[in-house]
Design a protein around this ligand. Structure first.
Ligand code: V47
Ligand code: SF4
Length: 372
């Protein structure tokens, strides 16, 4: 475990640049660091320092607790009107790898969890050209009819923008309608990287950064909790990562509606950016640590085990992450299609073992981080 003496010793290390030492001291005292200071840490701070700092900050927020939940994923379709260059998942209609689940098929899947102790269903898919807000409202009502107690966490801001525009509603009207039909939380996908120039290069058709932020702002105002992600490890610079987190930190100051920040490492199989390599484990850890140090107003940093794999997830818990997501089950394909091996499902016992093997305390939570 990190103790104050070891953090102080590493901060006082004479080999370190003076300004890095000062920024580290500031962050450890709980004083917010600026964007310029975050960039200096990204570029020049030694990884052990970032790890110690991030772990110390995590400890002050949640002690030795690491959260997980009992959830399952439904991916209604991978047909999508967009064409994100990093996406290995989207397929054209009629392609042998494309799927479009019918309402009955989706509800049949949901019914298989009726007697489980799942507290959350995560519903996310491609932006299907033929489906609309009424279809998805109906879907949520039916899900709630089958499992009245389940929390529906559904649709990225990208899917939401499409269905609301198609219905000719304002963001507020559309989100109110979705909330009335059962939407209680929105996952963090679709954020990618907010820098407009890079976004235009890697996902030109996708929801604009300002609209992504507006959808989350409006959701927060309506009492719908959300998460935020950042896709890293492709073409972005450290400055662009700081800019991304800076926009999130500012919105969180305004609304306090985000629960967790989830860094998502770019995986390079079977997509139009495959020529790019994948970044190293040390880069993953540097990024988890920086997220925990910089995003002082985010209650949680999630190491999404399905994307990072179990070994990286365990290490991420020493670098500031305090949540590893849930049981997920084997229906999510977004990462397996991008090259992540292994079945995306863990039992609660396996999840608890992963957390305990990192010397930490597993705590089951619901979508809103109430302890179950
Ligand atoms: O927005 C797509 C990412 C996201 C690739 O909120 C890729 O609890 C890496 O947001 N390599 C969707 N990443 C998934 C998502 C999510 C997942 C789990 C939990 C939560 C939550 C949110 O997946 C997309 C995009 O950033 N993605 N392709 C890829 N090749
Ligand atoms: Fe569509 Fe999402 Fe893939 Fe982009 S990342 S092409 S929005 S499924």
């Amino acid at each position: 475990m990190v103790d104050t003496n070891s953090i102080t010793a590493i901060i006082d290390n004479g080999d370190m640049d003076g300004d890095i030492r000062e920024i580290a001291q500031k962050a450890y005292q709980g004083i917010r660091i600026s964007d310029g200071e975050a960039l200096a840490l990204y570029e020049r701070a030694p990884l052990p320092l970032l790890g110690m700092l991030a772990f110390g900050i995590k400890n002050k927020k949640t002690g030795s607790k690491v959260f997980y939940n009992r959830n399952f994923h439904i991916e209604p379709t991978n047909v999508c009107v967009n064409n994100c260059r990093f996406c290995s998942y989207k397929k054209p209609q009629g392609d042998p790898q494309a799927w479009e689940l019918s309402m009955d098929e989706i509800l049949h899947k949901v019914a298989t969890y009726r007697d489980s102790r799942a507290t959350e269903v995560h519903i996310v898919g491609g932006v299907h050209p033929d489906r609309d807000i009424d279809y998805y409202c109906n879907l949520m009502r039916e899900v709630k009819r089958i499992m009245p107690g389940i929390v529906v966490k559904a649709f990225t801001a990208v899917e939401i923008e499409y269905m609301i525009n198609k219905a000719g509603l304002s963001l507020e009207e559309g989100l109110k309608k979705l909330k009335e039909a059962g939407l209680e939380a929105i996952p963090g996908g679709g954020a990618e990287i907010f820098d407009e120039e890079l976004r235009a290069e890697i996902c030109p058709e996708k929801t604009k950064s300002s609209v992504w932020l507006d959808i989350h702002r409006t959701a927060h105002k309506l009492g719908i909790g959300t998460n935020a992600t950042m896709l890293y490890g492709h073409k972005e610079t450290y400055a662009q990562r700081v800019d991304h987190m800076s926009r999130l930190r500012r919105l969180q100051d305004e609304t306090h509606g985000f629960s967790a920040f989830i860094p998502l490492k770019y995986r390079n199989e079977n997509n139009q950016m495959s020529a790019l390599g994948e970044v190293s484990l040390t880069e993953d850890l540097r990024n988890y640590a920086m997220a925990r140090i910089y995003l002082d107003n985010f209650p949680h940093v999630k190491a999404y085990w399905v994307m990072s794999g179990l070994e990286t997830t365990k290490l991420a818990l020493q670098y500031g992450a305090d949540d590893i997501d849930g049981t997920v089950n084997d229906s999510t394909k977004i990462y397996t299609m991008a090259g992540v091996s292994g079945k995306p499902t863990m039992t609660v016992e396996q999840i608890r073992e992963v957390i305990e093997s990192a010397g930490l305390q597993p705590v089951e939570r619901d979508t809103f981080y109430n302890e179950v």
